[in-house]
Design a protein around this ligand. Structure first.
Ligand SMILES: C[S@@+](CC[C@H](N)C(=O)[O-])C[C@H]1O[C@@H](n2cnc3c(N)ncnc32)[C@H](O)[C@@H]1O
Length: 337
């Protein structure tokens, strides 16, 4: 293999020159002797580049350079046939120390190799595979442990908010981080906010960290409320957030309080809770409504129907994330008078 034999003193300068001109072969290691350095080459450099007569192009052996793989696929190279690799979903969720992968049936035999690769690549503590869609009233999913420790409790950081949770027991999606930022940006000091389906509290925590507010955070899943309370301690927000466990329908019944802002992140069935939300919204208050939908218009129509004679001002509507082909988790911010 060709290399450039360079006196040690000049080696660094020449190396940079070769690198800049894309002639240095990065797949091989630079070799050293007491007086010379051998730089592996991709091609013989032109005379205009190497003017020094003391430099010699030589035929010599170089050791292969091992570089760290840059993706899970690179870790798996040689372990899984290329055509099977095509079916591997490239995106995965990292929640604190936990990695959650989606591995199709065709890759059943390779699932452990994939999980080990994900563990090495992400340098996290545990890898689980999605065993089902999120389902039931608590919106949790089955998870199959594949690599690392089978320890599903973790602390996730989201724009500086510390969120503790157990991925097996509660709903949490890191893919909603930007959505939480968008909502937090709309809140004003002094507001009273209701988070109807708060989970472990990511919306409530973010809002309360950034504003002087009073947030009522409700969830029906006792595990979610347990972590919500821990998260209020972790972020020192006990003064601003009231955690409530139970069905929001029962908890709001007979409650005279009205809210400046209501968050309704239960996209599969928020529609049935709209009348209740509107009953507890001040005139001129804002609702952040979420729905699974094939278009942006359907959720808007649903809000207008539920608002009956009240005036509705749509502030924004957006696709939060894709849920299945052609369907979106859609957000609508609406002011209702
Ligand atoms: C999609 S998750 C959203 C959680 C949280 N907002 C987040 O972004 O992580 C919906 C949550 O609503 C809760 N939930 C479902 N039905 C409810 C009800 N009737 N009353 C209160 N909470 C409910 C579930 O337990 C779940 O934690």
């Amino acid at each position: 293999m060709i290399g450039l034999k360079v006196p040690r003193k000049e080696a660094n300068q020449i190396r940079l020159l070769l690198l800049e001109n894309k002639i240095l072969n990065l797949n091989f290691k630079i070799k050293r002797s007491p007086n010379y350095v051998y730089l592996p080459l991709l091609e013989i450099p032109g005379k205009d580049l190497i003017k020094d007569d003391g430099l010699q192009v030589v035929d010599t052996k170089f050791e292969e350079a091992k570089r760290n793989p840059r993706s899970v696929e690179e870790y798996l190279e040689g372990q899984i046939p290329a055509e099977k690799m095509e079916t591997l979903k490239k995106s995965f969720d990292i929640i604190g120390e936990v990695v959650i992968l989606e591995i199709p049936e065709e890759l059943e035999d390779e699932k452990r190799a994939i999980a080990e690769a994900a563990l090495k690549f992400t340098k996290r503590r545990a890898v689980y595979r999605k065993g089902s869609e999120v389902k039931g009233i608590t919106r949790t999913r089955e998870l199959e442990h594949l690599a690392g420790e089978d320890h599903s409790e973790t602390i996730h950081q989201e724009f500086g908010t510390r969120i503790m949770l157990d991925v097996k027991k509660v709903y949490f999606s890191p893919r909603l981080a930007t959505e939480r930022k968008i909502i937090t940006g709309q809140v004003e000091d002094g507001e009273r906010v209701l988070d109807m389906f708060a989970g472990v509290g990511p919306f409530a925590l973010s809002i309360a960290r950034h504003h002087q507010v009073e947030v009522y955070a409700v969830d029906i899943n006792p595990d979610a409320v347990k972590y919500l309370k821990r998260n209020l301690e972790l972020n020192k927000l006990q003064e601003r957030v009231v955690p409530l466990e139970g069905d929001v329908k029962d908890l709001l019944e007979g409650m005279a309080i009205k809210f400046d802002r209501i968050i309704m992140n239960l996209p599969g069935s928020a529609l049935e809770f709209l009348p209740l939300a509107l009953e507890h919204l001040k005139a001129g208050g804002v609702v952040h409504y979420y729905q699974f939908s094939r278009d942006l218009d359907d959720p808007v129509q649903n809000i207008k129907m539920a608002a009956k004679n009240r005036r509705v001002k749509i502030l924004d509507r957006r696709k939060v994330k894709s849920t299945k082909p052609g369907e979106w988790h859609v957000a609508v911010d609406v002011r209702i008078y």
